[in-house]
Every structure is written in C-alpha cells, then in structure tokens.
Design a protein around this ligand. Structure first.
Ligand code: C2E
Ligand code: MN
Ligand code: MN
Length: 599
C-alpha cells in the first residue's frame, strides 16, 4: 500500500548547510534502495519532510528518523495511504533557505510529477504551503478584525432548479456549502429523502441491518445521477455509513465507477462519515477509509463535536475535511466554552491542512464570529435550505467592510499587529487566489502556458488604442503566478516570459465585485508595496475581473499606466467590453471542445 508520511521537526543548532547536503546524499542513497521519494525542506529553524513509498518501508525509515539526534520536536503531520506518488525522481529533494527567510514555494513546483496544479487540494500540498508561508514558525496568526455589521440578505444570481426523480431508486435533497466572502459555492451536499420527503433517519429506520447498508450504498448512484442532471460542478458531498462501504465487495472502486459514469472523478466528490460512526465502530471505519484513500477519494468527518471524541479522534485519523457539528455552532457568538473549543479545532485543522466547514449556521451573529476565526466554508439555513432534487437559491449576507465595493479599491482591513498598522487583508486575497474550485476553473480553460492567440492579442491592442493606456493585458491568475495570455505594450523581459510571480494587482481584482480602479497606487499604503509598483513602475491600474458563468474568477482584463491617472468612464467601458469579448471567446472554445469541432 502506497503511503505518505509528513513530519516537521526543529533543527538542532549548528547544523550547517554542508551537513544538510551530506544528509540528503545519504537519504537519497537509502531511499533509492527502498523505493522512497519525497522532499526535505529546511527554513533555517525547522525541517519539514514528505516521505512517500510503501507503507512498511516508510514506517521503518520513520522510526529511524524520529530517533535521529540532529533534530528534535519531531511531529507527525500526516500518515496516510495515497493513490499515487506526487514527487518525481527517486531519492530525496532538498530545499533550504537562509536563516530568517522562508522557503520559496516556487522552488517546489518542478519537483511535482504533475506540477503544483496537479493536486492543489490534497493535504500534503496544503501542509507544504503552510510551511512555505512560515506557518510552522510563527504561531501568531493575524486574525480578522470584527467585520462591520452583517446586513440584510441579498439574493444572488443562482436560480433554483429542479429535475424529476421518477426513475431514480432514491431521492436526494441538495444543500450548498458556501464561502460568503468570495461569494462562491464550494461544495454541495446530497441528503437522502424518502419518496414523500421523509428524513434520512426515518428512511434508514425502516430498513433492517444488511438491507439498510446495501440501500445506503446503492442509493448513491441516484445522488450522482441527480447531481449530474442538475449540472452540479462543485465537489459533491455524499453521506455513507462505513458499514455500507463494507456491505459490497470493492465498494470504493464500485463507487468510483458509478461516479465516473456520471462525470465525477475521485476529486469531484467526498464521502462524509460521522464522528459517531468513527468512534463507535473503529474497525469498519478504518477499513472503509483506507479503501477510499487508496481509490483517491476524499473523506470528511461529519458532525464533529457531537460524538464526544472531540480532538482525540484527530490524533488517530485526519480527514481531508472536517464538518463542525451545529451543536458547537449554535450561539457561538456568545458562548465561551464553544468559542474555546472552536478555536482549538481551527488551530488544529489549519496546522494539519484539514479544511473546515461549519454546519447549521442559522444567524448572522454566528457567521460573524466564525468568519473572524479563520473559518471560510459554511452550510446552513442562513444561506440555503436543502432542496429536493434541486439546487436552492443562495442568500448572501452583506459582509460590511469585508466586501470590496464595486468600482472602488479594496478596502484595507485592520489586522492585529504589534502597532495595529493598516495593511491590506492579505488573508482574504490569498484565500481567493488559492481557492481550489477557482484554480480548477483556471486550469480547465486550457490557456495556461499556451502560445498567444491573434484574436485575443487584437483585443488588448484595440483596448490600448481606445484607452491610450501604455499597457493592456489579459492575465490568468493561478496559484503561483499571473500568466499573460494576451498583452500589448509589455516591455522585455516580461513580453517574452509572459508571466509574473508574486503579488499583483490582478490578485485584488479577483475579490472585486466590479472593475478595480486605482488612480494612484502610490497614494495608498495598501497598494504601494505591490511588487509591480517597484519592478515595473506601475502607478495606475484598472482591471475588470473575468467571471465565468459558474461564478469562478479566472483572471482579469486590465490596463496600467506609469503615471497617476484618472480613468474615465469611457476607459472602464472599453475594458469591460473587452473582458466581455474574452468571456465569449472562452464560452465558444468550451463549446467547440464539447462538440469536438476543429478550432
Ligand atoms: P448531516 O450530514 O450532518 O446533514 C446536515 C443535516 O443538517 C441535514 O439534515 C440538513 O437538512 C440539516 N441542516 C442544514 N443546515 C441546517 C441549519 O442551519 N439548521 C438546522 N437545524 N439544520 C440544518 P437531514 O437532511 O435531516 O439529514 C440528517 C442526517 O442524515 C445527515 O446529517 C446525515 O448524517 C444523514 N444522512 C443524510 N443522507 C444520508 C445518506 O445518503 N446516507 C447516510 N448513511 N446518511 C445520510
Ligand atoms: Mn453530512
Ligand atoms: Mn453533519
């Protein structure tokens, strides 16, 4: 069985770079003999190592590593079966940085078999990201300042849609899981219902032992079928009892085959298992979860906090997602013990790369408290109730200062710091940049790292003519860089490289409700430190976010100037029209692909 072990540890003082290199040599030699791959990162203070290989060989090696005198505070962050290796080349990569600096995430990219984009949402990558951003050194995390009041609910673009279920063996209701800051649906949960809308509890009660498990398992075919017909593109959450996954031979594979039949790959759905089941029946639970992991299927622990195990469950099993039970969410805004427990859960999950969802959010006060404590994903009546064989309309609460206003720069938000200085809310921007659903949409365009296209270049040239801006470009924002699919007026070496790493104005545009218009970037603390101000001398920026029909923002169509500049309504209209044309082009290309027409 293929597995990953990820740990962090503290370097003993006096370990030189030469010694590290020698260590890597030795590791590499031994690992080749035992078919082990991975990476060792050292940021001058801590080590983080990812080991991948056959489980037994890994465990033996890990025993030795733990006993090594050159480091201490060895902490296992992940130990789990995996479907495949993510690192290329047998042996052990080594990445170090000078003391006081963090490891550059860009150096990791070439080590991955599929590039960093290949598996952005798995836990090993999430832990690597946490390490490269310094998470393991500095425990003081900036927390969001209390947001302004959450105002009245605002209806959004998504319309309720239902499909018929006469031919299905089972019926499901669907409830979205949402990120209210980016206003995106991040997943959709399928909830079983009886023919007359009966609750899952009643449905399961009606059936006897074996029959119940078989029905539970087989019903998922209907969940996938309905989800496909509803056009659900978000990851689908399905609920299963672990025993249901053992009632059928090769259940994980059968499930995956059924999912694929409806267009859902292993990364497009996740199996929720309640904490209660994990504790009360540990053997079937571990058997079932190992099988799911081997198949590459993600696992969520459901109703966390309701089963009395609490954090001790996470000591022995770490899921990909954790859904906090509504009993912990209820009135959290004014309940001390619940707040303390939630803080501990958040801390634990962030450190372990486990994504959190809060269930049963019913009030704006609850939401407000949770948002302030690094929770981004929510499910609850506040946003949408489950809808039988349909996708309900989502109500988006207004988030006061956390939402950038249309046609205006992103409002800076306070972050607790030593002197409480005003800085941009990087946590929100980073979250928007790294949002897996968004990144999937960017990759799905098929435009990254492709040659320029005359049609698109022409749009930037026309826009430059009409706005008289010296530089106009179409940028796609992925995890690590902005890629310029089309551009006019870029200087060298950027014109040839066609990409730029690090923070850019296009990152802020991802969060903007409309065009992001900056007349003088140097006039605002928030934007003065954006690297392009220094590197390229950018003084003014106007960017229209490219929002796909699915709601994902893939990049922006923008103009920059090297002088402060009052962008006119005409300029903004031109850029908006061009962005519109780009979106049309995207739709047409997608259609062409579907129809398999030659381009
Ligand atoms: P769950 O997986 O935790 O699903 C969430 C439950 O909370 C759903 O109840 C949903 O309607 C409800 N809910 C969502 N938001 C709110 C809220 O803001 N306030 C309140 N009070 N409730 C909210 P539902 O549909 O009755 O499902 C109950 C449980 O039945 C589920 O809890 C899940 O554990 C189980 N279940 C559902 N479908 C299946 C299935 O296909 N197989 C198995 N084995 N169990 C299922
Ligand atoms: Mn559930
Ligand atoms: Mn639940």
């Amino acid at each position: 069985m293929l597995a990953h072990i990820v740990y962090k540890s503290r370097c003993r003082t006096g370990t030189s770079l030469r010694e590290l290199e020698a260590l890597r040599e030795r590791f590499a030699h031994n690992n080749r003999a035992h078919d082990i791959t991975g990476v060792l990162l050292c940021d001058g203070v801590y080590f983080l190592q990812v080991l991948e290989g056959k489980r037994l060989a890994l465990e033996k090696l890990y025993q030795k590593i733990v006993g090594d005198a050159r480091h201490d505070e060895v902490t296992t962050l992940l130990s789990s079966p995996v479907p495949r290796r993510i690192f290329s080349g047998l042996g052990m990569h080594l990445i170090t940085t000078r003391p006081g600096h963090w490891v550059d995430p860009g150096e990791l990219e070439p080590l991955f078999q599929e590039g960093i984009a290949g598996s952005l949402d798995d836990r090993t990558h999430a832990i690597l990201r946490a390490f490269t951003s310094g998470r393991w050194r500095e425990r003081a995390v900036p927390r969001l300042q209390p947001s302004a009041s959450v105002g009245e609910a605002l209806d959004q673009l998504l319309f309720p849609r239902v499909v018929s279920y006469d031919n299905e063996a089972a019926v499901f209701a669907f409830q979205p899981i949402v990120n209210p800051v980016t206003r995106r649906i991040t997943a959709v949960e399928a909830l079983m219902r009886g023919p007359a809308g009966e609750t899952p509890h009643l449905m399961m009660q009606r059936l006897g032992g074996q029959e119940r498990h078989r029905f539970d398992f087989q019903s998922k075919a209907s969940a996938f079928s309905l989800a496909r017909r509803l056009g659900i593109r978000w990851p689908l959450s399905i609920n299963l009892l672990p025993s249901s996954l053992l009632a059928v031979e090769d259940a994980a594979e059968v499930l995956l085959t059924e999912a694929r039949r409806h267009g859902f790959g292993p990364k497009d759905f996740i199996v929720e298992i309640t904490e209660e089941e994990a504790i009360s029946n540990p053997t079937p639970f571990l058997q079932a979860t190992d099988a799911l992991r081997v198949a590459g299927i993600g696992i969520a622990i459901d109703d966390f906090g309701a089963g009395f195990a609490g954090l001790s469950l996470l000591a022995s099993f770490q899921p990909d997602r954790l859904k906090i039970d509504m009993s912990l969410v209820r009135n959290v805004d004014r309940d001390g013990p619940r707040q303390a427990i939630l803080r501990a859960i958040v801390d634990c999950c962030v450190s372990l790369g486990i994504r959190l969802v809060c269930e049963g959010v019913e009030t704006e006060a609850e939401l407000n408290w949770l948002l302030k404590h690094e929770i981004h994903d929510f499910q609850g009546y506040l946003f949408a109730r489950p809808m039988l064989a349909g996708i309900p309309q989502v109500c988006w609460p207004t988030l006061g200062s956390q939402q950038p206003a249309a046609m205006a720069p992103v409002e800076p938000t306070h972050v607790h710091g030593r002197d409480n200085v005003k800085v941009p809310n990087h946590a929100l921007v980073d979250a928007a940049v790294a949002d897996p659903a968004r990144l999937r949409a960017v990759r799905a365009l098929g435009w990254l790292d492709t040659p320029p296209e005359a049609e698109l270049d022409r749009l930037t040239a026309v826009a430059a003519r009409l706005t008289r801006a010296p530089v106009v470009f179409l940028s796609l924002v992925d995890e690590l860089r902005d890629f310029y699919k089309a551009a006019c007026g870029l200087g060298e070496p950027l014109a040839s490289r066609r990409q730029l790493e690090g923070r850019t104005f296009c990152h802020y545009a991802l969060l903007s409700d409309g065009p992001l218009v900056l007349e003088d970037v140097a006039a605002q603390d928030v934007f003065r430190d954006v690297p392009t101000v220094q590197i390229l001398g950018v003084r003014a920026y106007a960017g229209v976010p490219l929002v796909l029909a699915t709601g994902e923002v893939v990049g922006s169509f923008c103009a920059v100037d090297f002088e402060p500049r009052r962008w006119s309504q005409h300029d903004i209209t031109v850029l908006s029209e061009m962005a519109h044309a780009v979106l049309r082009e995207i739709e047409l290309q997608a259609l062409q692909k579907q129809l398999r027409l030659p381009a």
